[in-house]
Design a protein around this ligand. Structure first.
Ligand SMILES: [Zn+2]
Length: 581
C-alpha cells in the first residue's frame, strides 16, 4: 500500500489545501483537478508540467484515501491555427484547413489515426501511461458537438453584456504579448515573439469580437467550409435564432442555438465555463497568467456568471531542455515527452517534476548532464533504502517511483547510467559483448541476462545513439599505435607494465578503479592504497597524464568513458595488444 507523505513537501501542502477547499465547495464529492492540452501539433515536453502538477497533487489525495478525478481536457475543438514546421507526412497543402476544428483536419500522411487531433493525442496518451498518470480524458469536440454544454452556451449568450463588460476592462489596455495565448502553449521564445508580432488577431479570437450586431462570446464553425471565420449577425434571446455569415466562403444561415451543435464559446469564456461545469478545484497554468487580462485572471471574473468558482491555480515556471541543439531536427526540434522517455526511465522524469516547486524552473537534460542527474538519482535511491534521506527527498523519491495504484516497473539491476552508456557506446549494438562487459563489472554477482539491466540499458543506448554527436563517440583502435608506443619513455613503459601485470587480478569495476589510480602512486613510491591525504598534490598530475596516455593508446583521443569501464569494454586481450604487450 502506498504511503502518504503528509506535509513534507509542496505536493502535500497543495493536497491539504485542495481537499479542504473541495470539502467546502462540494462536500462528499470526489475532488476534481484539471489540465488542458491542445493537440495542435506534437505536444511539447515543456507542457508536461501542465499535467504533472495536478497529477502529483491528485495522486497524493488518492494516497490519503480520497476519491479524486484528474480531468485532461483535450482542446481538440479549437481552430487549426497554422501548419507546424517539420512534421513528417504534412506539407503546405494542410494550410487549406486553417480555421477548422482540429478534429476536422486530416492526420499526417501515413497516420493510423482518423484526424489531426487524434494523431497527436495518441502519442501523449502513450507517454502518460508510461509515466503512470491516471486521468479522465475529455474531448471538447465530443462535448460541444453532442450538445453537452447547450445550457451553458445559451446562458453565456443571455449574459453576453456582462461578459463583454468584464472583457472591456482589459480591451483598452495594451496587452502583454503572451496574455491572450492559451495557458499551456509553452513555446520557444522566438516563436512566441513571432506570434506577438503578428498582431492582435489571436487576442480577438480568444475573447470574441463585437460586430455591428454587438458582442457575442460564441462562434459557429461554418456549415459549408467548416472554418470559424464567421460573424454572428443577429441573435434573438427568446427564440435563440442565430444568423451568421462566413467571411471565407460567403455562406450564411440561420440556426436555432437551442438545437445547434457546431460552434464553441471563445476561449476566455470557455475555460471558466468548464471550471463551473466540472467543479474544478485545482488547475495550474503557465507563468504569464498572473498578468492583468490573462485568461486565468479574467476567468476568475467570468466564472461567477456560470455559478462556479475559480480553482486554486498556481502558476508553474518554464521547463527548459538542455542539449536539444544536437538533436535531430526532423520534427522541428520539438522534444516531446516520448523523446524524454526514450532516454530516461519514467521514475527519473517524474522525480524532476516532484522535487521542484511549480514556481521553480528547471531543465530536462538531453546532453551529458543526464549522466550526472542519474548519479544523483541513484545516490538518493541508496539513501532512501538505508534510511538516511531527508523527509522532503524521501517524499520526492516516493512520488517518482510509485503512484497510489502501485510501483512503476523498475529495472531489476539498475547499473549506473553512465556505465551503461559507455558500454552501449563501445559495443555499438553487439548485445553479447555488452552482456559480457556488464557481467565483469561485478564478477561475484554477474548479470545473467541483459534483461536484468533493462529498460535502463535501452534508455542509455538510445541516448548514446541519438544525442551524443559522432565526434564524441568512442571508437576503440583496431591496431596498436606503434608510433606512440615507440616514443614512450622509460617511466611510461614501467607504468604500463605495472598496469598490464595487474590486469588479471583486478578484472572488475572496483578492481580496475583501484589499479588505474594505484599505478601512478606506486611509481611515485607510495602504496597503491595510500589515501589522498597521504599523497603530495603532484600525484593528481601524474594520474591525469597516465590516463591521457591510456586513452590515446586505446581510443586515440585525450578523453573517453571512465577508464575502468573502458578497459572492461575493450576486453583483456585487446587491452594487452593495444598497450603494446
Ligand atoms: Zn464558410
Amino acid at each position: 500500500m502506498a504511503q502518504s507523505t503528509e506535509t513534507t513537501d509542496w505536493v502535500s501542502r497543495f493536497a491539504d489545501e485542495v481537499i479542504e477547499e473541495s470539502e467546502r465547495r462540494a462536500p462528499g464529492k470526489p475532488v476534481v483537478v484539471a489540465s488542458g492540452l491542445s493537440p495542435s501539433g506534437p505536444i511539447h515536453l515543456g507542457n508536461l508540467r501542465e499535467v504533472m502538477t495536478p497529477h502529483l497533487v491528485a495522486d497524493e489525495i488518492r494516497r490519503r484515501g480520497h476519491r479524486v478525478r484528474h480531468l485532461i481536457s483535450w482542446d481538440d475543438y479549437d481552430r487549426y491555427r497554422k501548419v507546424p514546421a517539420g512534421i513528417a507526412g504534412v506539407d503546405e497543402s494542410w494550410s487549406e484547413h486553417i480555421g477548422k476544428p482540429l478534429t476536422s483536419v486530416p492526420a499526417p500522411e501515413g497516420s493510423a489515426y482518423p484526424n489531426w487531433a487524434e494523431h497527436f493525442k495518441a502519442a501523449m496518451t502513450e507517454s502518460l501511461a508510461e509515466l503512470g498518470v491516471e486521468f479522465d480524458g475529455i474531448s471538447q469536440t465530443e462535448q460541444y458537438t453532442s450538445g453537452v454544454y447547450r445550457e451553458q452556451i445559451l446562458h453565456a449568450m443571455k449574459h453576453r453584456h456582462d461578459i463583454d463588460a468584464v472583457l472591456a476592462q482589459y480591451r483598452t489596455k495594451p496587452k502583454p504579448a503572451d496574455a491572450a495565448r492559451k495557458k499551456q502553449q509553452q513555446k520557444p521564445v522566438d516563436e512566441a515573439e513571432l506570434e506577438a508580432a503578428e498582431g492582435s488577431g489571436a487576442a480577438a479570437e480568444d475573447d470574441g469580437s463585437s460586430g455591428s450586431a454587438g458582442y457575442f462570446p460564441y462562434k459557429p464553425y461554418c456549415g459549408n467550409c467548416e472554418k470559424d471565420l464567421t460573424t454572428v449577425t443577429s441573435y434573438d434571446d427568446d427564440s435563440t435564432e442565430l444568423t451568421y455569415a462566413c467571411t471565407s466562403c460567403g455562406f450564411s444561415e440561420t440556426v436555432r442555438l437551442s438545437e445547434f451543435n457546431r460552434g464553441k464559446l471563445v476561449w476566455k469564456v470557455d475555460w471558466p465555463m468548464r471550471w463551473a461545469y466540472e467543479g474544478v478545484v485545482f488547475e495550474p497554468s503557465g507563468v504569464d497568467h498572473s498578468s492583468p487580462g490573462s485568461s486565468f485572471q479574467v476567468g476568475g471574473q467570468i466564472v461567477g456568471i456560470f455559478g462556479g468558482k475559480q480553482p486554486i491555480g498556481p502558476m508553474y515556471a518554464f521547463v527548459g531542455i538542455s542539449g536539444m541543439a544536437k538533436m535531430s531536427s526532423s520534427r522541428g526540434g520539438v522534444p516531446t515527452p516520448a523523446d524524454a522517455l526514450r532516454i530516461m526511465e519514467p521514475q527519473l522524469l517524474r522525480w524532476l517534476y516532484a522535487r521542484r516547486k511549480p514556481n521553480q524552473s528547471f531543465k530536462i537534460a538531453f546532453d551529458q548532464e543526464i549522466q550526472r542527474l542519474y548519479d544523483e538519482w541513484d545516490r538518493l535511491d541508496a539513501k532512501v533504502a538505508d534510511g538516511s534521506a531527508l523527509p522532503a527527498d524521501v517524499a520526492a523519491h516516493s512520488r517518482a517511483v510509485r503512484t497510489a495504484s502501485g510501483e512503476l516497473p523498475r529495472t531489476p539491476r539498475p547499473l549506473p547510467y553512465r556505465t551503461l552508456a559507455s558500454v552501449a557506446d563501445i559495443t555499438a549494438g553487439h548485445e553479447d559483448q555488452a552482456l559480457r562487459i556488464l557481467s565483469e563489472l561485478d564478477p561475484a554477482d554477474p548479470l545473467a541476462s541483459l534483461d536484468e539491466a533493462r529498460p535502463r540499458y535501452d534508455k542509455a543506448e538510445a541516448w548514446i545513439n541519438t544525442h551524443v554527436p559522432a565526434d564524441q563517440r568512442t571508437i576503440v583502435r583496431e591496431e596498436p599505435d606503434a608510433e606512440l608506443l615507440k616514443s614512450l619513455d622509460e617511466e611510461d613503459r614501467k607504468a604500463l607494465r605495472l598496469l598490464l601485470d595487474g590486469l588479471a587480478d583486478h578484472w572488475s569495476l572496483d578492481g580496475l578503479t583501484h589499479l588505474v589510480y594505484g599505478v601512478p602512486k606506486v611509481r611515485a613510491g607510495f602504496s597503491a592504497d595510500a589515501t589522498p591525504k597521504e599523497l603530495p598534490p603532484e600525484i593528481k598530475t601524474a594520474q591525469r597524464s597516465f590516463f591521457a596516455l591510456l586513452y590515446h593508446l586505446l581510443v586515440g583521443r585525450d578523453t573517453g568513458p571512465r577508464l575502468p569501464t573502458l578497459l572492461l569494454a575493450v576486453g583483456q586481450d585487446r587491452v594487452r595488444t593495444l598497450l603494446g604487450e
